[in-house]
Ligand binder design. Sequence first.
Ligand SMILES: Cc1cc2nc3c(=O)[nH]c(=O)nc-3n(C[C@H](O)[C@H](O)[C@H](O)COP(=O)(O)OP(=O)(O)OC[C@H]3O[C@@H](n4cnc5c(N)ncnc54)[C@H](O)[C@@H]3O)c2cc1C
Length: 325
Amino acid sequence: MIRLPPFRFFTPGTLTEATRLFAEHERAVVVSGGTDLYPNMKRLQVSPPSLISLRGVRELKTIQAGADGSIHLGAGMTLTQIERHALVRERVPSLVEAIPLVSTLPLRNMGTLGGNLCLDTRCHFINQTPFWRQAVGSCLKDVGDVCRVAPGGSRCWAIASADLPPLLIALGARIRLVSERGEREIPLSELYRDDGIHYLNKMQDEILTRVILPRNENVRAGYLKLRRRGAFDFPSLGVGAALQFNADGVCESARVVLGAVTSKPLEMPQAQGLVGEKLSAPLIAGVAEAIALQARPLQLADYTYAFRKQMVAVYTSKLLNRLAD
Ligand SMILES: Cc1cc2nc3c(=O)[nH]c(=O)nc-3n(C[C@H](O)[C@H](O)[C@H](O)COP(=O)(O)OP(=O)(O)OC[C@H]3O[C@@H](n4cnc5c(N)ncnc54)[C@H](O)[C@@H]3O)c2cc1C
């Protein structure tokens, strides 16, 4: 059995208390469901001296409708709670369909939205036991100075492997970040950096408190996932898309976002080729090919690079055809 390394554990009941603890404890890390952080700590990928648990922070556990038709999802809501919530089921069916694709039911009962959006990047080398890794040596994301999967490179290529960011970015989600210094709101797409180590564009002590989904009228959205095992597995590729149509069936806006391709969810500008058009299978096939041409999946996840690149076109086309139907 692999044990957790020692750490101090704090259990604030309010957001104010949580941000204060963060300010007081250098190198502290927040933990929500712990379904990603604890396994990573057991594998000694990270060894924070202090953990601030968000499980008791009540401000993070709400789902509300905004006056402008938006929906505010508390970052501390578990994935199961979100999937079963009446407002989400009525207004964001694409999220209700995507959530069951994340890990397994017991993990979704613990795992939260905030944890999913801040999920650590993954790669074949780092996500192994320390014993296994010792056989080869350390890597950039560990304490070393070389990447074990692309030894010539000077950066960490670990892959963004969470399922929900591609769909939520396609839906135009914004997020709220709170620290002792105050709060700010940014588009979810701006949370991510293309860097396997520093993959989040936020200060260490900022807590993600809520996700805001804009009013989405006449929007059809969805998420498709390629994975090795049907039962559960991290994505080898994720495709999130949202299309908006006018009354004549002309596409007015289109967003396609790829997950598990690089260190951040990748928005594909080629989707703009759908805008102003009535969607047809040949048009979609052309756009999907253009997206696949630009997507360069890294050789760090399941399947080969070449197969995953081919699958970008197949999965994008399949999803867009489904949404256009
Ligand atoms: C076997 C297994 C299979 C899995 N399969 C999948 C899968 O297929 N797809 C997938 O997407 N995920 C998968 N996961 C990961 C995980 O279960 C989910 O992503 C879950 O939603 C993570 O949420 P959490 O609350 O448990 O995160 P935690 O483990 O609590 O946190 C994850 C990271 O986010 C940070 N964090 C958490 N909450 C906040 C916050 N509010 N503000 C700022 N930072 C925060 C933590 O510091 C940590 O770095 C899998 C996990 C396991 C163990």
